[in-house]
Design a protein around this ligand. Structure first.
Ligand code: APR
Length: 172
């Protein structure tokens, strides 16, 4: 699988699926959740309502409606409470369950935001390491390309550094 990091607004990406850092209600919010709902239009909220919410670490898939992306995969990340409340495991589950859904719909390209690294205050480097490790370990047929869509230069540099380390290590 090709894995890369870019600095971009995830709602602008013409990929098969973008992942939404949602909350457990799945009824929208601020941050990337708000941006995705605004760009997708009101049909997205209509499609989310009947889902009846989603547990932290689980994921649900809907159409992308007005987005360029065909699908939106909604996954509530863990709120950071210091690291001893299963945060790493729950964050890993967000990535793994999103990849499962993408694989099920044969999505060739999937873009992730930095789940939990905004309002949910997960430390950026620790969250990025979990993201890269979980995606690197994924062995499903799809996606063929995973993009970490960063929204700050700081996040981009952290992802690029981690990806470089992972890619050199896997070559050795
Ligand atoms: N494109 C890509 N990344 C974005 C965008 C965007 N348009 N907007 C924000 N981000 C980045 C943030 O910079 C952060 O790195 O997404 C990451 C996740 O931040 P949040 O959106 O705050 O999500 P999270 O920390 O998981 O908190 C989720 O916030 O918006 C509410 O409803 C949401 O309650 C939920 C909570």
């Amino acid at each position: 699988m090709i894995i890369r990091a870019i600095l971009e607004d995830i709602t602008a990406l013409a990929v098969d699926a973008i992942v939404n850092a949602a909350n457990c209600s799945l009824l929208g919010g601020g941050g990337v959740d708000g941006a995705i709902h605004r760009a997708a239009g009101p049909e997205l909220l209509k499609a989310c309502r009947p889902l009846g919410g989603c547990k932290t670490g689980e994921a649900r898939i809907t159409p992308g409606f007005r987005l360029s992306a065909k699908y939106v995969i909604h996954t509530p990340g863990p709120v950071w409470h210091g690291g001893n409340h299963r945060e790493p495991e729950l964050l890993r589950n967000c990535y793994r369950n999103s990849l499962e859904l993408a694989n099920g719909r044969q999505c060739r390209t999937v873009a992730f935001p930095g789940i939990s690294t905004g309002v949910y205050s997960y430390p950026l480097r620790a969250a990025s390491e979990i993201a890269v490790k979980t995606v690197s370990e994924w062995d499903g047929r799809f996606p063929e390309e995973t993009i970490f869509c960063c929204f700050s230069r700081e996040a981009l540099e952290i992802y690029q550094e981690i990806l470089k380390y992972h890619q050199t290590r896997s070559l050795s």
